[in-house]
Design a protein around this ligand. Structure first.
Ligand code: IPD
Length: 261
């Protein structure tokens, strides 16, 4: 609808300014800056500053919309609900690595309707509007055509929320298909990579809504298959996600025992 398209344009401008703020606060390469909320769960000053910036701008523009952030929690409920991850890939950001992004998604009830992901250190902006396509730097994207799992590259996300044995079991299953395993440190960017065909699949056993909210409309518009994250707990708490190109999705789903329906 025009109201959603208008919101996406506004979100794109706000995320762009937020990404510049994050770049200006970016630490030099080297030992990590920031603190650990829990084992290997990083927090920098930038996370708080960027979320506050986005919350203020979006609230001024759309005071009637719901707003939820990784750092601030559910500030406002609403049928339309913005979900922000100020820095996704904080562990990379904290070490001066390039693979991190600012992510802002919009849900209408339980439907992801729009998303913006900007990775300023990679000079990349992803946008999606339900029914109108997914784009990387303005060019239409789609999921990869790879059919043979033995030619596939599949990323798996990790956090301290997943027991080591479970992580190893799933990585083992991915490698048993002959696929190339990867782990890049930003769930949002990995899902965006599935949407634009740079990866054939992504799985994470326990991931939060703010890490995936902006990527879900991208995946839908790019023709990727996605497990029912929002309807298996993801709307209200951490849940499991699998996203893959439509050719290998079923095989991957069975191998790692994450249902697509
Ligand atoms: C993390 C990243 C990571 C994923 C974790 C997330 P953060 O988000 O997306 O790739 O594996 O589950 O918590 O902390 O960098 O916003």
């Amino acid at each position: 609808s025009p109201a959603i398209a208008y919101r996406l344009e506004a979100a794109r401008a706000v995320v762009h300014d937020a990404a510049r703020l994050a770049m200006s606060m970016r630490p030099a390469a080297g030992g990590p800056v920031g603190t650990q909320k829990a084992a290997q769960d990083w927090l920098t000053e930038t996370d708080g500053a960027v979320e506050a910036f986005i919350a203020e701008r979006m609230t001024a523009l759309f005071p009637e919309d719901g707003f939820q952030g990784e750092e601030g929690g559910m500030a406002r409920e609403g049928q339309l609900r913005w979900v922000v991850d100020p820095i996704d890939g904080t562990s990379n950001y904290a070490r001066g690595r390039n693979r991190w992004c600012v992510s802002l998604g919009l849900l209408e009830g339980d439907t992801p309707v729009a998303g913006v992901i900007e990775a300023p250190a990679l000079r990349e902006v992803y946008t999606a509007l339900l029914g109108h396509g997914a784009f990387l730097n303005g060019k239409r994207i789609q999921a990869s055509p790879v059919k043979d799992p033995a030619s596939a590259m599949i990323e798996m996300g990790w956090s301290n929320r997943v027991p080591k044995a479970v992580f190893i079991e799933k990585i083992d299953a991915i490698m048993s298909l002959g696929a190339m395993p990867r782990s890049g440190g930003s769930g949002a960017l990995a899902l965006a990579d599935v949407a634009c065909g740079r990866l054939d699949g992504y799985i994470e056993i326990v991931i939060n809504l703010w890490d995936v909210a902006a990527a879900l409309p991208l995946l839908a518009e790019a023709g990727a298959c996605v497990s029912p994250f929002l309807h298996t707990g993801g709307l209200t708490g951490p849940a499991t996600i699998l996203a893959a190109n439509p050719h290998i999705a079923q095989t991957l789903s069975e191998a790692v025992a994450i249902p697509l329906k």
